[in-house]
Design a protein around this ligand. Structure first.
Ligand code: 5FU
Length: 272
């Protein structure tokens, strides 16, 4: 199967957020994103401090965490930011925005979570149309103090998801191509959504959830693939692993297994 260019060479002409990401991936030799879906904030920070050296990104669901106060949210996001600097990884809030542009602007900057202030990367469904991209983009480009990136959900890992219907993926891709200053990549099962209709796949990063070495799925339609398949065969760039790591008896040792598997698959498929 076809080879792909290295993260380092893609960093050269990338926008600021992808430049930083590709650079730290090469430096740390990791294409692993850990999804820390615990609900106890101190447990989350504890595991991140331990697996931080092995990951390029930490994914959060800020709205599943049990916070006792708004101050506790502030202190959590400050600690998370400090850990991202200590271990050199990016923070990805898996918010999956899905409303009109005006509403998502408030959800992105406001409420109690103030996501734009601490998350390097967030994501959105393309379902509402291009206004969700321009709405979030305006906050990103005008209000954030550091570079930010948006991922569009082109495909999901869950059984029966509607991304295979009609022109959904093609229209999602078009929204991204029209707004490359805002959209830095996709949640997708591989890079095919871009390569099947153009040669600009190096302009985007592809991140894939539903990765597990031990299980095939869960009771609610999650579907798992191996790092080798996702990175080697489907040519995604980053594996997102949740329960495979966070429910393991020794999360740090298991994170190293995923890091090594993901990196080996990347090296095999890559030309300089
Ligand atoms: F966009 C998606 C998707 O298509 N599938 C997902 O599983 C996001 N996810 C997230 O990745 C989901 O919300 C979890 O946070 C994580 C997968 O966790 P797991 O424990 O590895 O199944």
């Amino acid at each position: 199967s076809a080879q792909t260019r290295s993260y380092a060479s893609r960093a050269e002409k990338a926008n600021p957020i992808l430049k930083k990401l590709f650079g730290l991936m090469e430096e740390k030799k990791t294409n692993l994103c850990v999804s820390v879906d615990y609900t106890d904030p101190s447990k989350i920070l504890d595991i991140i401090d331990k697996v931080g050296p092995k990951v390029c990104m930490v994914k959060t669901h800020i709205d599943i965490i049990s916070f006792s106060s708004v101050d506790a949210i502030r202190s959590f996001t400050a600690s998370l930011t400090a850990l991202s600097q200590k271990h050199n990884f990016l923070i990805f809030e898996d918010r999956k925005f899905a409303d009109i542009g005006s509403t998502v602007q408030h959800q992105y900057r406001g409420g109690v979570y103030n996501i734009v202030e601490w998350a390097h990367i967030t994501n959105a469904h393309s379902f509402p149309g291009p206004g969700i991209v321009t709405g979030l983009g305006e906050v990103m480009l005008k209000e954030a103090k550091e570079p930010r990136g948006l991922l569009l959900l082109a495909e999901m890992s869950s059984a029966g998801n509607l991304s295979t219907e009609g022109a959904y993926r093609a229209k999602t891709l078009q929204m991204a191509r029209d707004h490359k200053d805002i959209v830095c990549g996709f949640i997708a099962m591989g890079n095919q959504i871009v390569t099947e209709s153009g040669d600009d796949s190096d302009d985007f990063i592809f991140m894939t959830p539903g990765v597990n070495l031990a299980d095939k799925g869960d009771a609610h339609g999650q579907q798992y693939q191996s790092p080798e398949f996702v990175i080697g065969e489907k040519k995604s760039d980053i594996i997102i692993v949740g329960r495979g790591i966070i429910k393991a008896e020794d999360p740090v040792a298991v994170a190293e297994k995923y890091r090594a598997a993901g990196w080996e698959a990347y090296e095999k498929r890559t030309v300089a």
